[in-house]
Design a protein. Structure first.
Length: 135
C-alpha cells in the first residue's frame, strides 16, 4: 500500500471526472484534537481514493476505509469519510497538509499503480488536492 500512496502523491492535479473535495467548517486552519469534516462528491460513477499527507510527511488513507470499504461512488453521491456522517477529529502532526482525492472511472482498479498510470496517460483521472494547516 505504501507504494500506491507514494505514486498517488506524485500525480499532478487534473480534472477528467467532475467532482469536488471540501473541508467544511474551520477553513484552512485546524487544531490537533479539533473537529474537521471532509466531503467529496462525484458527478458520475467513479472509484475514489482519498489520502491525507500530514505535516511530518506520513500518508493516511481516509477513503475507502474499514467503515466504507468499497472505493465505488455513485454519480451525484456525497461521501463524508471516515464514517459517512459528522466530523472526524484532527490527529497526528502539526504543519502544512494536503488532502488528495483521486477519481477514476469504475473500470479502473484504484489500488493498482499500473492501472492508475494507464488512466493518467489516457487522461481518465481527476486529482484534487486542497491544502490545509494544523497547529
Amino acid at each position: 500500500e505504501s507504494g500506491l500512496r507514494d505514486h498517488v502523491m506524485r500525480l499532478s492535479p487534473r480534472i477528467a471526472i467532475p467532482g469536488s473535495l471540501s473541508l467544511v467548517g474551520g477553513g484552512p486552519l485546524y487544531h490537533v484534537g479539533g473537529p474537521m469534516r471532509v466531503e467529496f462528491r462525484v458527478e458520475r460513477d467513479a472509484t475514489a481514493l482519498l489520502l491525507d499527507r500530514r505535516g511530518d510527511g506520513s500518508l493516511v488513507r481516509l477513503f475507502p476505509n474499514r467503515l466504507q470499504s468499497s472505493p465505488g461512488v455513485a454519480g451525484g453521491e456525497v461521501r463524508v469519510p471516515p464514517q459517512g456522517q459528522g466530523s472526524m477529529r484532527v490527529e497526528g502532526s502539526t504543519g502544512a497538509r494536503v488532502l488528495r482525492l483521486v477519481l477514476a472511472p469504475p473500470d479502473v482498479d484504484i489500488f493498482s499503480v499500473a492501472a492508475l498510470e494507464r488512466a493518467a496517460a489516457e487522461n481518465r483521472l481527476s486529482v484534487i488536492d486542497p491544502p490545509y494547516t494544523v497547529n
